[in-house]
Write a protein that binds this ligand. Structure first.
Ligand SMILES: Cc1cc2nc3c(=O)[nH]c(=O)nc-3n(C[C@H](O)[C@H](O)[C@H](O)COP(=O)(O)O)c2cc1C
Length: 399
């Protein structure tokens, strides 16, 4: 066992975990420090990582009453197809780091929970093995330096039966993840990006003094010259629905819709790219208003409960993605752990919907919210005022 392998025999009983924070603690107890840091870490001083949570905690929902919630439904439309709740599993690289079955176990749990699973370009399990499970599978694409490689991967994902392509647009290179630099983090031999390098050993496996080997590797592989022309090229080459992940500006979201993109994912990559980028929940209302239904708006970065999902819906999202929580579940208890994470989100969302007077996800999108307790950030949806030095309470949304 290398120091980067999870401790054996430490699996938690999934049904004793009552919140996603419980799952996080259970994962932390079994993961070696370097892997724990790789998953938990953000870039730079981790201000955006922390701000993602703080921003969710500043949002409060104004519940409605007397609206018969005896039959509360969490069902949602994600990219024109039904999901059991407005949640998808975000792409996360190298899941074999935390569990021997890696993405396969996570995808099985997503299928059982009735939500889409996104396969990373840096998956440790081939996309074909994941689509063979039969659930809803999206493929996340990093644009690679080698000419034609990204489009080849896109075609491979389409042939494998993926139902959507998600182009990540906020990684011209990897943000400076100082935990990984301090740990001189490198992948163990058995953990490989099977869609790259022919699945062989790479720079990501070679411990480098004063550096993250994973960052060195992505620096070699990823293109930093991505532009809208590539989006147009990808749009022209595939019939699949296309998502752009990593959008934080309304102008970019509007442009994406003009380029035929089906959904934007409002995301700061879980605080792992630009440290100082705004929390995605803060960016959401303005983006949702600007696109006005011309494409779907999803959100990730900091979603940790069903109440957070409710807040995202109220602020204009059609759904959310969760990144770290399923990985914690995988580390803590394998497939059952991921299933527990998604089950908790579903139960919490159902509870939150009912207590907010919403029988459906569509009702939640009409709720009003109040943002309080901090100097107001950027102005958001219709009715939201604020700005620097603005009021401590700002109201958004809803009729
Ligand atoms: C360990 C780790 C690996 C990730 N790998 C990828 C990836 O390969 N591709 C990608 O687009 N995003 C990747 N992300 C970002 C997630 O898709 C997502 O945007 C982020 O985790 C959401 O924030 P949350 O973890 O707070 O839910 C990764 C995130 C983590 C924590």
């Amino acid at each position: 066992m290398s120091c980067e392998d999870p401790a054996p025999g430490g699996a938690a009983a999934a049904d004793t975990l009552l919140t996603l924070e419980d799952v996080e603690r259970a994962a932390a107890a079994v993961l070696p420090a370097g892997v724990r840091d790789f998953v938990a870490g953000g870039s730079g001083r981790e201000r955006t990582l922390a701000a993602n949570r703080e921003a969710f905690d500043r949002v409060f929902v104004r519940p409605r009453v007397l609206r018969d919630v005896s039959r509360c439904a969490t069902g949602a439309d994600l990219l024109g197809r039904p999901a059991r709740m407005p949640v998808a599993v975000a792409p996360v690289a190298y899941q074999a780091l935390v569990h021997p079955e890696g993405e396969l176990a996570a995808a099985r749990a997503a299928k059982a929970a009735g939500v889409p699973f996104t396969v990373s370009t840096l998956s440790t399990v081939p996309v074909e093995e994941i689509t063979a499970l039969g659930g809803r599978v999206w493929f996340q694409l990093y644009w690679l330096r080698e000419p034609g490689r990204a489009l080849e991967l896109a075609r491979r994902a389409e042939d494998a039966g993926c139902e959507a392509l998600m182009l990540t647009v906020d990684v011209p290179w990897m943000g400076r993840r100082l935990r990984d630099v301090r740990n001189e983090f490198a992948l163990p031999e058995r953990v490989r990006a099977v869609h790259l390098d022919g699945g062989g050993a790479s720079a990501a496996h070679r411990r480098a003094a004063g550096a993250s080997a994973v960052a060195v590797h992505t620096g070699q592989e990823f293109s930093s010259a991505l532009t809208w022309a590539h989006v147009a090229e990808l749009r022209a080459q595939t019939r699949l629905p296309l998502l752009l992940k990593g959008v934080l500006a309304a102008e970019d979201a509007v442009r994406a819709a003009e380029f035929g993109v089906d959904a934007v994912v409002v995301s700061n990559h879980g605080g792992r790219q630009l440290d100082g980028a705004l929390p995605s929940i803060e960016a959401l209302p303005e983006i949702a208003e600007a696109v006005g239904g011309s494409c779907q708006v999803l959100l990730d970065s900091g979603v940790r409960s069903g109440t957070d999902v409710l807040k995202a819906l109220a602020l204009g999202a059609s759904g959310v993605l969760v990144g770290r929580p399923p990985v914690w579940g995988l580390a803590a208890a394998g497939e059952a752990g991921v299933h527990r994470v998604l089950g908790l989100l579903s139960a919490e969302l159902s509870d939150a919907l009912g207590l907010a007077g919403c029988a459906t996800v569509a009702d939640a999108r009409r709720l009003r919210t109040v943002r309080s307790g901090a100097a107001a950030g950027p102005a958001g949806a219709a009715g939201l005022s604020g700005g620097r030095g603005g009021p401590a309470r700002v109201e958004a949304g809803g009729p």
